[in-house]
Design a protein around this ligand. Sequence first.
Ligand SMILES: Cc1cc2nc3c(=O)[nH]c(=O)nc-3n(C[C@H](O)[C@H](O)[C@H](O)COP(=O)(O)O)c2cc1C
Length: 323
Amino acid sequence: MGNRVCDALGIEYPVIQGAMAWTSMAPLVGAVSKAGGLGTLGSGFMPPEIILAQMAEVRKITDKPFASNLFIDPTPMLEPCVGAILEGKPAVAYIDSLNLLEYDFTKKYYDKFHEAGIKVVAKVNYLEDALVAAKAGADVIITKGFEGGGHVTKVSARVLLAEVVEALPDIPVVASGGIATPRQAAGLTVQGADGIEMGSAFMATQECPIHPNCKEAVVKATDRDIVAAGQSTGEPSWQIRNSLAEELIKLEADLPWSEAADKIREISQGSLRIASLEGDVDRGGVMCGQVAGLIHDIPPVEDRVVKFCKEWEELLKKQYSLF
Ligand SMILES: Cc1cc2nc3c(=O)[nH]c(=O)nc-3n(C[C@H](O)[C@H](O)[C@H](O)COP(=O)(O)O)c2cc1C
């Protein structure tokens, strides 16, 4: 029968590893792509020379397709990031946005990638964004729901997927947000998803180059341990509750939001690094989505791609009946 995501991106399994800033570095990306999924460099905040060096590292691991991330918002980061992707030519540009998509602006960048032979995967937070992305020529759309790791979005994963599948039957759609099990993936297939994306679940893998303490923190966390910090900045993110997250939440409760936002930016500066590289999971920021309670182990990446898809397909082959 074939799979529309695999066909569009030239991959074997319809599993995308979501971009994760300073987390989805070459060892993870290369391992996911080598296993047959789509690995994505968390390159949205990286200087161009690091993006190009990371792409070279991925290519030492595999010659299969991989993606590089950018945020299509009019910020000073955009042009250098686009330039590095056009120069490094990964198979796919994986495009997120912090604001609503504007058609002319979006089309201009999608066209640049397409002219360079690079496919466009658009990660959307609203149906409106999906419609703009499709009209501008996106090859694949990822619907990222509220519960997904990274920046907190607004619409639930279940609703957003259903909206996009209904409105855009001709474009491959990848469900994202809160996924860690083949049973969830099977349910999402029935709901119209052609593939799935996971971020948090890939943090807990042997090849992910973050500190072991971070991986253990993800495995230990339950749904009650995941909090949204940074509401006042307009860009809240899901984090594992620790003394840093408690401090950020208290600041927002105690101070007017404009003051809290400034303080939060100051305190959060470098906090990802403190957790991911130095392993201080109490004072560093451990970003992880609500799905933490379903992540129980730290397997090799291949299990999260190949074994996962085999179980997913087995579940779909079972005869289900309501009556
Ligand atoms: C630690 C972490 C960092 C993230 N950083 C980025 C990023 O830089 N760019 C981006 O597009 N998405 C980012 N995300 C979101 C992921 O790409 C993905 O959409 C999300 O994790 C999917 O939800 P899940 O964690 O429930 O699987 C990040 C997620 C996590 C957990």
